[in-house]
Design a protein around this ligand. Structure first.
Ligand code: ADP
Ligand code: MG
Length: 325
């Protein structure tokens, strides 16, 4: 079987002049992936300072995945999410979203993309909700340009609020709701236009751990019931407990990845959130970049007694061993 990259190369061979006619219909990647990031670089220039927020990031996300991207503050999470949301352009690199070259889109296509392909749950609740509107009115805001009539919009808004468990809050104003309830309205708003991808930036940043668990469960339910791809970025490692795939971003690159163990996946519905321990639930992998580089964290280096910048790498019995001498 050909790998993804080889498939790309083969297709390139077959259509030598493809680049000249490349438009949004000539997709060369893997159709199973809803997102493909290839060598994403983002440099912010402010006065004399340059910040490299993304440093050649590679990441593929499968259709229908629920994925958490975890990293410290300043590691590039929001930059990446805004790029996937079509709000930010890279300094270099490519991204395919739902089979389309995102950075080759015209402004008009980009507006369509933002309106129909992605839904955003913002970090700041004030960015999600309008304070002078009730929950059911807030959810109808993104439907403004739709041709459906008023009562259909309202019906859909009520359905969405019911889906997120807020059927008894439809006429409440944001100030009359708890932080967790406001977050759930924000999720209903993000779903209003039936997007293929739900993007959430620190969705549990401002709520307590019980509410955070409830929101995690809601994301899982929406992912299962609607089949929608959900991408959550957060610095909160506990948010990843019930997520099948967790990737770690550090210094603008994906460093390690955790995949939920199969036996956990099977019993996840029977377990309460509190009984989850990330160490038992996920298997951790280090991610090789395109040049086969791998990051070794400081704890590992320290426990192996490696304190120099040169190491010996050798293969012993089919295993790669890294030592100081
Ligand atoms: N608009 C901007 N102008 C200048 N620097 C920025 C801007 N946005 C983000 N940065 C910088 O880029 C880096 C990554 O930021 P960000 O993606 O917001 O990280 P995270 O969401 O992981 O906290 C940080 O060093 C941040 O200060
Ligand atoms: Mg951020």
């Amino acid at each position: 079987m050909l790998g993804h990259k080889e498939k790309k190369a083969k297709k390139n061979e077959a259509a030598v002049d493809e680049t000249q006619v490349q438009n949004n219909d000539s997709y060369l990647g893997d159709p199973d992936n809803i997102i493909e990031c290839d060598g994403l670089v983002k440099i912010y220039k402010t006065d004399e300072v340059e910040v490299m927020a993304l440093q050649g990031l590679e990441l593929n996300i499968k259709r229908g995945d629920l994925i958490a991207i975890i990293g410290k503050s300043g590691s590039g999470k929001s930059t990446l999410l805004n790029m996937i949301g079509g709000l930010e352009r890279p300094s270099a690199g490519k991204m395919y979203a739902d089979g389309k070259d995102l950075f080759a889109m015209s402004d008009k296509e980009l507006v369509e993309y933002r309106r129909h392909t992605v839904g955003f749950v913002w970090q700041k609740n004030s960015r999600n909700l309008l304070p002078y509107m009730t929950a059911v009115e807030n959810v109808q805001v993104p439907m403004f340009f739709d041709k459906t009539n008023k009562s259909d919009k309202e019906k859909r808004a009520i359905e969405l609020l019911t889906m997120v468990g807020l059927e008894d809050k439809i006429n409440s104003y944001p100030a009359q709701m708890s932080g967790g309830e406001q977050q759930r309205v924000a999720i209903a708003i993000a779903l209003a236009n039936n997007p293929k991808i739900l993007l959430a930036d620190e969705p549990t940043g401002a709520v307590d751990s019980k509410t955070s668990n409830m929101i995690q469960d809601l994301f899982r339910k929406l992912n299962e019931e609607l089949g929608i791809t959900i991408i959550i970025v957060t610095h909160d490692i506990s948010l990843a407990n019930k997520v099948g795939r967790v990737v770690m971003i550090s210094d603008g690159k994906i460093s390690t990845e955790k995949i939920m163990k199969e036996d956990y996946r099977n019993k996840i519905n029977e377990l309460s959130s509190e009984s989850f321990a990330a160490e038992d639930s996920h298997e951790e992998y280090s991610v090789l970049d395109k040049a086969h580089r791998v990051q070794i964290n400081e704890d590992m280096l320290a426990s192996a007694g490696i304190d120099t910048n040169k190491v010996k790498v050798k293969v012993v019995d089919g295993q790669i061993i890294i030592t100081k001498e």
